[in-house]
Design a protein around this ligand. Sequence first.
Ligand code: AMP
Ligand code: TRP
Length: 330
Amino acid sequence: MRILSGIQPTNTPTLGNYLGAMKNFVKLQNDFSDADIIVFVADLHSITVPRDRQELKKNIRSLAALYIATGLDPARTHIFIQSEVPCHSELAFILECNSYIGEMERMIQFKEKSAKQGQTVTTGLLTYPCLMASDILLYDANYVPVGEDQKQHVELTRDIAIRFNNKYGDTFVVPEPYIMKGGARIMSLQDPLHKMSKSDPNPKGYITLLDDINEAKNKIKRAVTDSYGSVKYDKENQPAVSNLMEIYSKLKNISYDEIEKKYQGLGYQEFKEDLAEIVGNELKNIQEKYHAIISSNELDKILDDGRDYAYRLARRKIEKVHHKIGLGRK
Ligand code: AMP
Ligand code: TRP
């Protein structure tokens, strides 16, 4: 069995990315000890919108280091950088020729992102799901852990795989999205109806994994709450507190019931103070490991090994695809 996922190196990952994606990778790594696990830095995906060169370089390395700092073990999980394995772009074009413009235009993320960009929407933003399908299908991944917002792209990947297999004969494993319950959608600390996002213009709404610890704690302490005054999980009526409880529950591995009991009769302040400590401690641990690895040769060695492993698998698949379609001389 193979499990595969990736994250774009845009800015520093937020607590939302961590709880919705990265922490799940680590849990899967530890729970499925016999699975082959591949996690990559999706740098090609990130250039669907313009990026500053220096920033991009920095973010690529930083994300790779954060994978390890948050608990991915390079002895268990293959970690690499997408653009270092050219097969991803190669297969993406072939998949573009086996999918329809209408399918791409229907993607919620494309609709949302393109609505904001007007005339400057790139072709890559439209075809991006084919690149993502390529990332997944190259490696015969069975499960793809992602947040709720990426589920549609994995479903499209399934459609493309099934279509290709029907047309050319069995070529790709049809993958399944793996959405973890709870924490799959962390909301802004300032507006519980919007997803926590690093592109939020209000930095008080999100916490990044490399935020100054005190600043991060203050963001939790100043997070919006509701007018009810009770620590109760009720997404509909108390979305702000429910969101904070989701963060609490995911970080401490305890249920909403247990949290409700613990804070029964107490106001929000005590709950938020405790949560601030919990978040602060988690960030401290991550940051210590991060600083130890970010400038080490060890990181380069891990990424070289990951690239070589991925390339071997991906190249074999590309050759199979060429053969099935009738490309080239062989
Ligand atoms: P992105 O930052 O959009 O590239 O997302 C990287 C990964 O983190 C994806 O699997 C997303 O689904 C997940 N993710 C992003 N933001 C959140 C959030 N606020 N809550 C939970 N998961 C998230
Ligand atoms: N598109 C994903 C995101 O924006 C990142 C990603 C790229 C990915 N390729 C992938 C996730 C393959 C899972 C599998 O979050």
